[in-house]
Design a binder for this molecule. Structure first.
Ligand SMILES: [Zn+2]
Length: 315
């Protein structure tokens, strides 16, 4: 608790707002000396971004805001009691490493929409999802550098959620950028997977093959990245493929949307190349590489599905 502050107010987060954003707006609202108050509150200079993980201070934030703790926890990444690597974040289940607060990722025209609706710009939890390159609702490209001064947008130097911490630029004044080419194709898939409207999410899942429609988001993200990595393997590449490269990742997205047959083709592709290679060990090495990629997945569903499919195409 911040000493000396009465909490008779009722200060609510917006729908889908991250707890980091809520903490910044709340502390600014209750305390004129907000910068020091926020530092004291989270007990570290850089910790504002990590508030989404600070379950232990949810009760303090709730008490200060005069709201129920569940309201604050809704903007936090809550550890899954059954899995050490998973979190519940809003309606989604993700792995810790699938979200990031290292940068303050934002969409300027979503902020502008907030202002036109007469509400303070706020940071959406969904923007922390690393695979997402555009806002799911508007399709606007998510940025992580200030359009005015070029500095990285950070939580560490935040003054207001809607402004750059380096030059104080009003971020909502920056025009929207729209993803093009491969980024557009990626943002269309991930935007539907993480769309705030449950019906839109369900509609996307109808296009996923078989059991995948029921998997949680963490598993679907892992699956796409594994397929993308395997697809890009060559007999000479020793697992140097980076699945966060859009040119690589798009192959995973196309495969999952293409259905079981295309998924199998993606796994078979490097095996076929190894087969025609002059290197006698190419086949063995490629199978070992694919198995290593599969075993990196945390989801048992993903490992099982990919191993079964690999066994079929290796026959
Ligand atoms: Zn700036």
């Amino acid at each position: 608790m911040i000493p000396g502050i009465e909490t008779s107010l009722r200060f609510l987060p917006f729908d889908g707002e991250s707890a980091s954003s809520f903490a910044v707006r709340l502390v600014r609202f209750v305390s004129p000396a907000w910068e020091k108050a926020l530092r004291d509150f989270v007990n570290s200079d850089d910790a504002v971004g990590s508030v989404i993980h600070r379950i232990a201070i949810a009760a303090d934030i709730a008490a200060l805001a005069g709201v129920d703790i569940s309201v604050v926890r809704a903007g936090m990444a809550i550890p899954d009691p059954n899995s050490g690597s998973s979190i519940h974040f809003g309606p989604f289940i993700l792995n810790y490493d699938q979200i990031s607060q290292l940068r303050r990722r934002i969409a300027p025209q979503v902020f502008a929409n907030d202002i036109s609706r007469k509400r303070e710009p706020f940071h959406r939890s969904v923007w922390t999802i690393k695979a997402l390159c555009a806002d799911p609702e508007t399709g606007e490209l998510i940025i992580q550098d200030c359009p005015a001064c070029g500095a990285a947008l950070l939580w560490a130097n935040i003054t207001e959620v809607g402004r750059c911490g380096s030059c104080a630029q009003k971020l909502w004044l920056s025009p929207a950028k729209t993803p093009t080419g491969i980024d557009r194709e990626l943002s269309s898939f991930y935007g539907e997977l993480f769309h705030p409207d449950e019906k839109r999410r369900a509609a996307l899942r109808q296009h996923l093959p078989g059991e995948l429609a029921e998997w949680n988001e963490a598993a679907i993200l892992e699956f796409v990245d594994s397929l993308a990595t395997v697809f890009s393997l060559t007999p000479k590449s020793v697992s140097t493929v980076n699945s966060s490269d859009p040119n690589v990742r798009i192959n995973g997205v196309r495969a999952i949307l293409g259905g079981a047959r295309v998924i199998e083709e993606s796994l078979a592709r490097p095996l076929r190349e190894a087969h025609i290679s002059s290197d006698r060990l190419a086949n063995t090495i490629t199978v070992a590489q694919i198995l290593a990629i599969i075993d990196r997945n945390r989801s048992p569903n993903v490992r099982k599905y990919l191993k079964n499919t690999l066994a079929e195409c290796a026959l």
